[in-house]
Write a protein that binds this ligand. Sequence first.
Ligand SMILES: [Mg+2]
Length: 284
Amino acid sequence: MPVGPGDDCAIVMCGTEKLLITVDQLLEGVHFTLAELGPKNVGRKAMARNLSDVASMAALPLGAVASVALPKGFKRDDAETLYLAMKNTGELFHCPIVGGDVSVWPEKLAISITVFARPAGIKPSLRSGAKAGDALCVTGHLGGAWRSQRHIKFTPRINEARILASRHELHAMIDISDGLASDLSHLCDSSGVGAEVVAADVPLHNDAKNIPDITPLQAALSDGEDYELLFALPENHAEQLIREQPLTVQVTRIGTFTAEKGLVLVKPDGAREALPPSGWEHKT
Ligand SMILES: [Mg+2]
């Protein structure tokens, strides 16, 4: 099953084996402010974002190649710190950097990492298999990741995804990078279904509380950069999963996939309102 653009990883056939490939850019001034994060956090995040895409397919990383454009005058020590952070983060998940390219240019820091991965005995979970009636579940707690800097410290859910996919019939999965509403709408569009989200069931992160001008629920629905897993599975599998809680991180059911397209938010008083897929806008 070759998979082209539009999922978290592409899948190509390598002989009879499936090979998963994902590439991601991290650009200074667009995705991060170097003075704020420093080279270590930037390097860590650049690798971890890619690994989160591998996690969303329930695959195991094989290795990475990295391409970095350093700004003119970038310190040698900082370049080393950047590289080591990428390398060490990859190695935590058995994903060595096996090659790459470094240039110096007159613009800001730009990083592109490509990660290769393999199914290793578990069927890759695509965005496209959710069915009406499936339970909608999420790992962890959501919201406030940018403001609290949790977006630089997150753990790619590779191990968790492997456990989920090996024990349960996952129909579809995505990682939350743009925001719960936005990524759910990507998953629904790929699957040709809609979803209803029960507002009271969305697991709110402590970081989502006390943010000016936005409620914790709004933060959880729209902030993004949580890098948690959002997935679809049959109701009876979800019931067992929620009961057993086999992961080191909490799994919560937050809603149900529907035949009717579009996202609906079910409020605590039972009122239903359209949930716009208003996702993340980069704030730098
Ligand atoms: Mg993704």
